[in-house]
Design a protein. Structure first.
Length: 350
């Protein structure tokens, strides 16, 4: 299959968005390279969907400059920006077949019929929905409908694909399957893609780079492993990773190995290991345990209002109230100052 060549660089410079006097995005700067898969992630209300809609032209830009392939598009209408958006809802026409749903935009733009047939059949082959082209949406599963919505974007041959939480309406198994299909689609098309999600697992598995947003500001941009291994602050550290990172004050009575320069240490649940009381660097009591077969999640009370989570390998016969002596590799610790900012490597001694 020939990869798509209609790609674009995106540059957002000092982007601002306000509703009346309420500023929701403040002086945001971001560059996205042609062919990159970038994921916007963050909690509800952080501005990720608003930012995506500004790129699409569905929201006005209050300040700053948005360029696609060095062309300023602040005032360019959505249809002329060379972008295609896949929404959370499938938004398919219920009375049209799959073929007609995918062809609708091309017909509106007076695309010749042979070209419509070529594009629709080509997109259907990529998404493995050729057998469904004559069906109505009501005869499709949720995952198949989402693939039709993606196909409707593909046939437009856009410079940039925009995805707004496209998997949130699918059940868990379909989310995994469709996530794999989107990753394969990016590889097949070599297209520029910007994807919004609140699910950090989607972000970690799909992205070339992740943009972590919080209250309209960028907290950190990096590859999934950069954000996992070297979070810039407690917000990123607590958002990337599942279960989220544990935070413990360095002066806590049960903590035997910590930094004297840090206000808090962070340790991920998967880096905690049960040990003997004599070797313990942390000590608490089991409040609750979730047995998940391959591993167990132990929720542990350290006292003084501090609770942590440990991800323990295999099955566990532990009972609530059990004493929990824990250890960890000190090289896996993260150190944060009183403002929640990660201390630079070498400034905190474990």
């Amino acid at each position: 299959m020939t990869k798509q060549r209609n790609m674009a660089d995106l540059n957002l410079t000092n982007i601002q968005k306000s509703y009346d006097k309420t500023e929701v995005i403040t002086n945001l700067n971001l560059s996205i390279k042609s062919g990159e898969f970038v994921v916007f992630v963050g909690p509800s209300g952080c501005g990720k969907s608003t930012l995506l809609r500004m790129i699409a032209g569905l929201e006005d830009i209050s300040g700053g400059t948005l360029t696609i392939n060095d062309e300023i598009v602040n005032d360019v209408v959505p249809a002329e920006r060379g972008v295609a958006m896949v929404f959370q809802s499938y938004a398919l026409y219920p009375h049209m077949t799959v073929f007609d749903n995918m062809a609708f935009g091309l017909r509106q733009s007076k695309t010749p019929k042979p070209e419509i047939n070529r594009r629709v059949n080509g997109a259907a082959a990529i998404l493995q929905i050729t057998d469904y082209l004559k069906r109505l949406p009501k005869h499709l599963s949720g995952g198949q409908r989402q693939r039709v919505a993606i196909g409707r974007a593909i046939v437009r041959d856009p410079k940039v694909f925009l995805f707004d939480e496209p998997l949130s309406n699918l059940d868990a198994a379909l989310r995994v399957q469709t996530r794999i299909e989107i990753a394969k689609l990016h590889n097949d098309l070599d297209a520029t893609m910007v994807y919004v999600t609140h699910d950090q697992v989607e972000a970690m598995t799909l992205a070339d780079r992740i943009v972590v947003l919080n209250a309209g500001n960028i907290e950190q941009v990096g590859t999934p492993l950069e954000l996992y291994n070297a979070p810039a602050n407690k917000f990123v550290a607590g958002f990337i990773g599942s279960p989220k990172m544990n935070f413990i004050p360095t002066g806590h009575k049960t903590l035997k190995s910590a930094s004297h320069n840090a206000a808090e240490i962070g340790i991920r649940p998967e880096h905690l290991v049960l040990t003997t009381k004599a070797k313990a660097k942390l000590y608490g009591s089991l409040r609750h345990i979730e047995q998940l077969g391959e591993y167990a999640l132990a929720y542990i009370d350290l006292g003084d209002g501090i609770e942590i989570t440990a991800k323990l390998e295999g099955e566990s016969g532990l009972q609530n109230g059990a004493k929990m002596p824990l250890t960890f590799d000190t090289s896996k610790l993260h150190h944060f100052d009183a403002n929640g900012v990660s201390l630079a490597a070498g400034t905190a001694s474990a």
